[in-house]
Design a protein around this ligand. Sequence first.
Ligand SMILES: Cc1cc2nc3c(=O)[nH]c(=O)nc-3n(C[C@H](O)[C@H](O)[C@H](O)COP(=O)(O)O)c2cc1C
Length: 182
Amino acid sequence: MEKSAFLYALCGSQRKASTNRRLLEALRDNAPAGVLIEICELIGELPIFNADREGENTPAVVEEFAAKIRASDGIIIACPEYAQGLPGGLKNALDWLVSRDEAPFKPAMIAHASHRGDFALAQLAEVLKTMSFDLVGEAFLRISLLGRSEDAQASVLADSVENGLLVSALVKFCDAIHCDGR
Ligand SMILES: Cc1cc2nc3c(=O)[nH]c(=O)nc-3n(C[C@H](O)[C@H](O)[C@H](O)COP(=O)(O)O)c2cc1C
């Protein structure tokens, strides 16, 4: 992996102590040289999707969000499962992109911070494919932080850096982006 990449990371949990956010932060902080990861801070600011507010009526914060997606070489999503489904805030953010042109062919990687949540993972994959994101399945990263103290989470993440699990998922994602010439 030689080229640079800008990856935009979406966290489906708004909690300050979110384990999915911790996982995205670990990816950001251990990214290979040339790979810049920015964690999206806009998901909680987006209004509820309304088709009447598309086109020239699009809220500025939605345009800001979409511009980041457009500028990225790929997105990383980490989200919890809520009631055997996707968190509403994340689904809302994705809904704003459905009728626009940022999503199609944009590479996407899923990271997941729990040993549970397979319903949400399956739904997320389905939604991303339906929106024509290019889901890079081989880059899927699952590191369970659920139910662990902050210290234990940090230790699990440090182990994942040490044994190469975390970085190899990123490298697979970046290789897929570049090898396909996108
Ligand atoms: C409203 C709500 C609903 C949840 N529903 C489920 C569920 O259906 N299945 C599950 O495995 N966990 C469920 N959980 C647990 C979360 O998925 C789990 O705590 C997750 O790791 C939290 O992610 P975070 O640390 O990034 O916030 C739920 C949690 C909340 C707050």
